[in-house]
Design a protein. Structure first.
Length: 118
């Protein structure tokens, strides 16, 4: 599975962004697709995930009120809608795809940078 993330940029606090992750190469059925982020000087952290087949979602507590993950089966794309951006959301955002059983993330996109100014 090849993953291509896009949609990052420089925004102001309170703005919204829509990140996309285009997947290609193999079927996504049975996989979990996730978004992670890595802020400057910090480790990578989980943000949100969605099961490709059933569309079940889960979020990190820090983002669940503002982030929404969704998928477009026809376009093989996973979207992360981010509202009410905060400076602490500044990070490189990565999309990831799991193995067919959903037990581990095997595939990673190249990351897209989100910078939020106050």
């Amino acid at each position: 599975v090849q993953l291509q993330a896009s949609g990052g940029g420089l925004v102001q606090a309170g703005d919204s962004l829509r990140l996309s992750c285009a997947a290609s190469g193999r079927t996504l059925g049975g996989r979990i697709m996730g978004w992670f982020r890595q802020a400057p000087g910090k480790g990578r952290e989980f943000v949100a995930r969605i099961t490709w087949s059933g569309g079940y979602t889960s979020y990190a507590d820090s983002v669940k009120e503002r982030f929404t993950i969704s998928r477009d089966n026809a376009k093989n794309t996973v979207v992360l809608q981010i509202n009410s951006l905060k400076p602490e959301d500044t990070a490189v955002y990565y999309c990831a795809g799991s193995n067919p059983g959903g037990t581990s993330y095997l595939y990673w996109g190249q990351g897209t940078l989100v910078t939020v100014s106050s």
